[in-house]
Design a protein around this ligand. Structure first.
Ligand code: CDP
Ligand code: MG
Length: 670
């Protein structure tokens, strides 16, 4: 069945393809020359050509890490930072955290020996708060710049400023698409013009293209639109499995729930009908997974097994998985969108752009010719926008404004952005920060509250709640809640075959007043009764790794607060039973209201919720305790829009008069 060609390719799994064979290798000298000569180098190349894993090593070998200097490589996503660091450490034969390390929110795996550091762009911005010129770095590579994430855009603006003061700093911008000239023009603007540099940004930098080889990818469209793309995707997986040649499948869906759902259907289907001797191995890839779970997708499939990686758009560009021959593209991705009128940021599944569709298809042609099955019609494709609008044009900018203020950038409107955000978004950000007490009447950061909110690695609302906790007498509790909320992944193990088990486990920890107190209860049980033990977690359908992470996050937050002289008195309030539980519950809920008043909603007779200005109808998410329960007013952490409904997650019951008490100004204007 397998042709000779296929046989030989199985002899050398491409995972072990020597780095010298990667497309970037031919450009090594030229790259080093450009980086030596120009302060900005823009590298364009297909995903998988070696930009992220090889370029930092070239720089290290060429002497850019002598005298204690380090190379920083930023990633828009945590998953990319950790997996790539693991890979490069492997290539350099060291442990992660030694010569090669990574730093993401609440997880710093670096040491004094670290010379190459992968970090999220948000983390690098955070470092700039302490070291405004980023003086430890000789080279900063802004990777995946084409994604135009919020933090990438802010970082580019900050780097442009740093460059004026540190001309020796080298900035490398890597991009999978051809927006290179925009980046160069951005850095060149405001530079004294040099007459003989005819081209864009001639004196400042250069663009280098290292296009790797791409194999042809057959694109197939649906004839009629699919009613349910998850169903359709699962069907396509089986079609490929029964009809097509060997090769792994990469399926793009929009989020955790869809992915878990698809994985379950694929597993069930694979168990029922076993058309070939070959097995199907479905694996999820999304941001809420633990590092360990994320690494599974990179491992070669066991013998006689076809991997099906079901991923969010993480796999679109930032991580490269070898062996993919078939791509299934649902045509949607979850995008953050902030509505300045409602003041609410939703994560909504929206149609992708043509650029994304091309990028997704390209994932199939990396090692041999591939196929891309688009779960939409050619006609719908024609209607897609060319590119995705950058995040800065559609996000809640409160954190960005807070961060820029803390970096000493006072005039946000005149800050050199690659794309200037709409004025309306900037105004709303100031309004929220003002109502949280982070900025004053003159738009200056307040001291200490505003400054501390900027320094804490929490979003402004959670930051405000945590910093207010001592005055409510519940610091220890809110620390735990903040840590649990920061996990961004489920603490519950979802029993695919037995939804009841999860439900029962959940019920054991349920607290009437809502999800935040339930989290607190879980955390508390884990650290006391559960003795931080993995067996206890399994018995209670809890995710041991997530909870361990929560313990670590809590310790870090606590350490932060200690620096401000804010100490959690763990001895008194460490148990909910000791003090009056209902009093404590009220304090925690009041404290959360002081941070989350802008995320308040009122329950309607039909059980749905309405935002304060009545603009939106919200539904408690099925995973929430407030699903099918009565409340009058609630605050919530997160809002999510699925195809037809808007859900709120992490919901807690509060009192209307608390809203007026803690945010009188906010509720006067609204
Ligand atoms: O950054 P770019 O997309 O240009 O490529 P890269 O991430 O540096 O990947 C270069 C090669 O390393 C890919 O072709 C993969 O074969 C391999 N790689 C891997 O096997 N596992 C990883 N975690 C990362 C990269
Ligand atoms: Mg890369």
């Amino acid at each position: 069945m397998a042709s000779e060609l296929e046989l030989s390719s199985t002899f050398i799994p491409s995972l072990y393809k020597p780095a010298a064979l990667l497309p970037i290798a031919r450009h090594r000298q030229n790259l080093l020359y450009l980086i030596e000569t120009f302060s900005i180098t823009i590298v364009i190349g297909h995903t998988g050509s070696g930009k992220t894993t090889q370029l930092p090593q070239y720089l290290d070998q060429a002497g850019w890490t002598t005298e204690g200097k380090i190379i920083g490589v930023t990633q828009p996503r945590r998953v990319a930072a950790t997996t790539v660091a693991t890979r490069v450490a492997e290539e350099m034969r060291c442990k992660v955290g030694e010569e090669v390390g990574y730093s993401i929110r609440f997880e710093d795996v670096t040491s004094a020996a670290t010379r190459i550091k992968f970090l999220t762009d948000g983390m690098l911005l955070r470092e700039a708060l302490v070291d405004p010129l980023l003086s430890r770095y000789s080279v900063i590579m802004v990777d995946e710049a084409h994604e135009r994430s919020l933090s990438t855009d802010v970082l580019l603006g900050v780097l442009k400023k740093i460059r004026n003061m540190r001309p020796e700093l080298r900035i490398v911008i890597s991009s999978a698409t051809l927006q290179a000239e925009d980046f160069l023009r951005f850095f060149a603007s405001g530079e004294a013009k040099n007459e003989h540099d005819g081209e864009v940004g001639g004196g400042v930098g250069r663009i280098i293209s290292i296009e790797g080889r791409m194999y042809p990818v057959d694109i197939l469209f649906l004839e009629k639109p699919a009613e349910d793309y998850v169903e359709r995707a699962v069907k396509t997986v089986f079609d490929i499995h029964t009809r097509e040649a060997d090769g792994d499948i990469l399926l793009f869906l929009t989020g955790r729930e869809e992915i878990d759902n698809a994985i379950q259907k694929i597993s069930e289907g694979a168990a029922i009908f076993h058309p070939k001797a070959q097995a199907l191995l479905p694996l999820p890839l999304y941001a809420g997974l633990t590092n360990e779970q994320q690494l599974y997708v990179f491992e070669p499939a066991p013998e006689n097994t076809r991997k099906v990686i079901v991923s969010t758009n993480i796999a679109e560009a930032s991580v490269t998985i070898d062996g993919i021959v078939f791509v299934i593209d649902c045509g949607f991705a979850k995008l953050r969108a902030y509505n300045p009128n409602t003041g609410i940021e939703t994560l909504t599944a929206v149609p992708i752009s043509k650029a994304s569709a091309t990028q997704r298809a390209g994932r199939a042609g990396r090692t041999k010719p591939g196929k891309c099955f688009r779960l939409y019609t050619q006609h719908s494709y024609e209607l897609l926008p060319e590119t995705t609008t950058s995040e800065i044009q559609r996000s809640n900018l409160a954190s960005v404004v807070l961060q820029l203020k803390a970096l000493g950038i006072d005039n946000i409107v005149r800050f050199g952005f690659l794309t200037t955000p709409p004025a309306e978004l900037v105004i709303r950000a100031f309004e929220l920060l003002y109502s949280l007490g982070a900025v004053d009447d003159y738009a200056k950061l307040t001291k200490p509250l505003g400054v501390r909110m900027a320094e804490l690695a929490l979003e402004p609302m959670m930051g405000k709640a945590l910093l207010s906790a001592p005055s409510f007498g519940c610091l220890s509790e809110v620390l735990s809640v903040a840590a649990m909320i920061s996990l961004q992944g489920s603490v519950w193990i979802l029993h695919e075959d037995d939804k009841k088990a999860t439900e029962n486990a959940r019920r054991k920890f349920a607290v009437e007043e809502g999800d935040h107190l339930t989290y607190l209860n879980v955390y508390h049980a884990f650290t006391t009764k559960g003795k931080k033990d993995s067996k206890w977690c399994r018995d209670h359908s809890l995710n041991y790794q997530s909870l361990s992470r929560a313990v670590s996050i809590r310790t870090q937050l606590k350490r932060y607060l200690a620096r401000y002289g804010i100490q959690a008195d763990e001895s008194v309030s460490s148990t909910m039973q000791q003090s009056d539980p209902s009093k404590l519950s009220e304090s925690v809920r009041r404290c959360l209201t002081a941070g989350y008043f802008a995320h308040a909603a009122k329950m309607q007779p039909d059980g749905t919720f309405k935002t304060v200005n009545g603009g939106l109808t919200l539904h408690a998410h099925p995973s929430s305790l407030m699903f099918n329960r009565k409340a009058d007013w609630v605050i919530f952490h997160e809002i999510q829009e699925n195809r037809d409904k808007i859900f709120i997650r992490d919901v807690t019951r509060v009192e209307k008069n608390w809203l007026l008490e803690y945010a009188p100004e906010y509720y006067k204007v609204s």
